[in-house]
Design a protein around this ligand. Structure first.
Ligand code: NAP
Ligand code: HSE
Length: 429
C-alpha cells in the first residue's frame, strides 16, 4: 500500500478534528483510498501549548519544515486569514505539493491566483471545508451539478449567526451571551466580527457563486450586512407576521448579471430555510435540469469541518494513485457583471416610531406611493407617550425605490426614529 505524507499548517479546531478523524477511521480511510495516510508534522505558533490529540504528531513553528520537505505530498492549510496562508499555499504548490484548505477568507480574495498556481504546477487545490463545514456543497457544484445551468442559490452558511438567531428566537436569550457560547464551541472565527457582520457568509457566497455561475465573484463584489442590529423586538414582530429572521446568502444569475448579497432576512415560517436552526447550515440550489435541491448539515465545528478536509485528502490520494492530479481547475469561463445594490428586488420590513396624530400614517403611505411601492401588511401599536410604533411590510420593489421612500421618511418632522429596515424574502427560492 502506498504511503502518502501530510503536513498540517495549523492545529487548532479544524486541525485537531482532521487529525482525530484520520486516526479514528484509519482502517476505512486507508482501505477506501488504498493508501496509508500519515501526518508527518504540524505547524503551530506556540509549540509548548498543551494540545490533546497531538501527542504523536511532531509540532514545529518553522513553516519550511513542511513546505520544503520533499517527503510531504499534501499540505493542509488550516491557519486561516490572508497572510501568511496565501504565501504558504503558493510555496507548497510551486514545490509540487497538493493542497487542501478550509480558508474562505483567502479563496474569496485570491481564489483565481491560487487555482492558477495549482493549474500551472499540475497539482490539486481542494477546498470543501471552506463553505458550510461538513456539507459537501463544493463537490456538488464542482462535480455533481455540472450538467446544469444554475440560476440561484440561497443559503444559511454561517453556523455562528444561525446559532445566535436560533437561541434568541427559541429561548429569548441575549445576543452577547450566545455569541460567547458559540465561540467556546469552536464555531466562531478567530475574530467573531466576521461572523456577526456577515463577512464570513459573504466570503463563502463569493466562492459558491463563482462555482455555480462560472464567473469570478470576489468578496468585494458581495453586499454584506450582519445581524448585530437585530433586536428581540424585531424577532417578536417577525413572529407576529408568521415569520423568522435568518442571515441569508443569496446568489442569483439574471439577464443583467449576477446578484450576490448577504443580510438578515424575514422569512415565512413555512419556508424550508426557516426551519434550519442552531449550528446547522443549508443551501438551496436551483438548476435547469435538477430543479430545486437542498444541502443540509453542520456548518462549523472540529469534526464536521474535519470531515470535509479528510474527504479532500482522500480524493487527492486517489488522484495521486491514478496520476490524475490537476484536473479540477478554475471554471470561471463567464464574465458576468455584478448587479448593483439599487437593483436588488425584494420586499422590505420597516419598523419606525412616529407621532400618533391625524394624517401621519397617510403621509407615510404617500412617501412610499411616490416611490412606486405598495404595502403587503401593516402593524401599528399605540404607545403611552402619544407616539405609535409602526411596522410596514412592502411588496417586492427595487432597493433604489426603497431608498427614495426612506429619504422622505427620514426628513419627516413627525418621525421619531427608524428602528430597523430588513429585507422580507417571500420569494427566496
Ligand atoms: P484556530 O482554532 O484558530 O486554529 C488556527 C491554527 O493555526 C492554530 O493551531 C494556530 O497556532 C495556527 N496558526 C495561526 N496563525 C499561524 C501562523 N502565522 N503561523 C503558524 N501557525 C499559525 O482556527 P480554526 O477554527 O481551526 O480555523 C482554521 C481554518 O478553517 C480557518 O480558515 C477557518 O476559517 C476555517 N474553518 C473553520 C471552521 C470552524 O468550525 N472552526 C469551519 C470551516 C472552516 P496556535 O494553536 O499555536 O495558536
Ligand atoms: N465561523 C464559521 C461559521 C465557521 O460560524 O459558520 C465555519 O465556516
Amino acid at each position: 500500500m502506498r504511503k502518502i505524507t501530510i503536513g498540517l499548517l495549523g492545529f487548532g479546531t479544524v486541525g485537531s478534528g482532521t487529525a482525530a478523524i484520520l486516526e479514528n477511521n484509519r482502517y476505512d480511510i486507508s482501505t477506501r483510498s488504498n493508501t496509508e495516510i500519515v501526518i508527518k508534522k504540524a505547524l503551530v505558533r506556540d509549540i509548548r501549548k498543551q494540545r490533546p490529540g497531538a501527542e504523536h504528531i511532531t509540532l514545529t513553528n518553522d513553516p519550511n519544515e513542511i513546505l520544503e520537505d520533499p517527503e510531504i505530498d499534501i499540505v493542509v492549510e488550516l491557519i486561516g486569514g490572508i497572510e501568511p496562508a496565501r504565501s504558504y499555499i503558493l510555496q507548497a504548490l510551486n514545490n509540487g505539493k497538493n493542497v487542501v484548505t478550509a480558508n474562505k477568507d483567502l479563496l474569496a480574495e485570491s481564489g483565481e491566483e491560487l487555482l492558477e498556481a495549482a493549474r500551472v504546477n499540475g497539482r490539486d487545490l481542494y477546498f470543501e471545508a471552506s463553505v458550510a463545514g461538513g456539507i459537501p456543497i463544493i463537490a456538488a457544484l464542482r462535480q455533481s451539478l455540472t450538467a446544469n445551468k444554475i440560476t440561484s442559490l440561497v443559503g444559511i452558511i454561517n453556523g455562528t449567526t444561525n446559532y445566535i438567531l436560533s437561541a434568541m428566537t427559541e429561548q429569548g436569550r441575549d445576543f452577547a451571551d450566545v455569541l460567547k457560547e458559540a465561540q467556546e464551541l469552536g464555531y466562531a472565527e478567530a475574530d467573531p466580527v466576521s461572523d456577526v457582520e456577515g463577512l464570513d457568509a459573504g466570503r463563502k457566497l463569493a466562492i459558491l457563486a463563482s462555482l455555480a455561475f462560472n464567473t469570478r465573484v470576489t468578496f468585494h463584489d458581495v453586499y454584506a450586512e450582519g445581524i448585530s442590529n437585530i433586536s428581540s423586538a424585531d424577532i417578536r414582530y417577525a413572529d407576529e407576521l408568521g415569520c423568522v429572521i435568518k442571515l441569508l446568502a443569496i446568489g442569483k444569475h439574471q439577464e443583467s448579471g449576477v446578484e450576490v448579497r448577504v443580510h438578515p432576512a424575514i422569512l415565512p415560517k413555512r419556508h424550508p430555510l426557516a426551519n434550519i436552526n442552531g449550528v446547522y447550515n443549508a443551501i438551496y440550489v436551483t438548476g435547469d435540469a435538477i430543479g430545486e435541491t437542498m444541502f443540509y448539515g453542520k456548518g462549523a465545528g472540529a469534526y464536521p469541518t474535519g470531515s470535509s478536509v479528510v474527504a479532500d485528502i482522500i480524493q487527492i490520494t486517489r488522484n495521486m494513485n491514478a496520476g490524475s492530479e490537476g484536473i479540477l481547475n478554475c471554471s470561471c469561463y463567464n464574465h458576468y457583471p455584478i448587479i448593483a445594490r439599487d437593483n436588488f428586488t425584494t420586499g422590505y420590513y420597516i419598523r419606525l416610531k412616529v407621532k400618533d396624530e391625524p394624517k401621519v400614517f397617510a403621509t407615510l403611505a404617500l412617501f412610499f406611493a411616490e416611490a412606486g411601492i405598495s404595502f403587503n401588511s401593516i402593524i401599528q401599536k399605540p404607545r403611552q407617550d402619544k407616539s405609535a410604533e409602526i411596522v410596514l411590510v412592502t411588496h417586492p420593489c427595487r432597493e433604489g425605490q426603497l431608498q427614495q421612500a426612506l429619504h422622505s421618511v427620514n426628513a419627516y418632522d413627525k418621525l421619531d426614529k427608524v428602528y430597523n429596515v430588513l429585507r422580507f424574502e417571500t420569494n427566496a427560492i
